[in-house]
Design a protein around this ligand. Sequence first.
Ligand code: CUA
Length: 317
Amino acid sequence: MSDNFTLLGPSASEAAGRSDILYLALVGFSTLIAGIFLGVIIWFCFRYRRNSPADRSNAPSHGGGLEAAWTIAPLLVFLGLFAWAAKYYAEMYRPPADATPVFVVGRQWMWKIEHGNGRREINELHVPIDTPVKLVMASQDVIHSFFVPAFRQKQDVVPGRYSILWFKANKEGVYHLLCAEYCGTDHASMIGRVMVMQPQDYARWLEEGTSQPGMAQRGFTLFREHGCAGCHSTGSTVHAPLLAGLLGRSVHLEDGSILVADETYVHDSIVEPQKQMVAGYAPIMPSFKGQLSEEDIMAIIEYIRASGDPHTEKQQP
Ligand code: CUA
């Protein structure tokens, strides 16, 4: 048994520890309350069995205090558990702003992973320890589910939209990566490994794979090749939003709502530009659905991220 083995299996992320305590508390309270009720039922069965000498006259009324107590006490316990779980869920739902993005594309039947500097891997994910990592995931075909039991993290990966999952690994080691959604003949072999490494080892590992251009560089090439710069640039005569510094910025939409631009927003704006129109712009952008692969779109997002602050717009990251 390794030192990271807990009652619920290997645990290698901050969330795993929190999730386990919550899970055990839920099971513990449920067992306790069910046990009390079971005990009382069994006791009544014996006490009031047929022909027993127990007093069967109508009990005097206690004004309902006892009934109120046994109703309200479990209610408070479970509302408390709900609040605890909701807080955990809300924190897991929102990745920290400084999380390192890693891109994942699921397909029948493998996980394709790309790191910001262009290092790619298949069915393996290398991550640094004690660092928030945000996975931006898309599917190329059917629904898959990215599951790392040691992180207590599972997230469906759905075609046509992004799924975000973030974690902070806290134990070095090698952990299972599974597909947890039946996705066809070889679903069972859609498995891999997650390697949690020291930050300096991770940095060295990243550098070993820098023969290809980085994602931002590839994104810049695509940005030019597909004519994006024709409208989205300072010199353009077409009135289109400038994209430098877009990620993390508030965007005012035509319907009056405001959203914070994230990877999902950029992705949707490329494949379905008319869906969320930016206030003050004409709906002239064509959809690039089918022209760009999920990996291409991810590269363009990295180009936009690398192009940084809108006031110091660079042509090349
Ligand atoms: Cu992919 Cu199951």
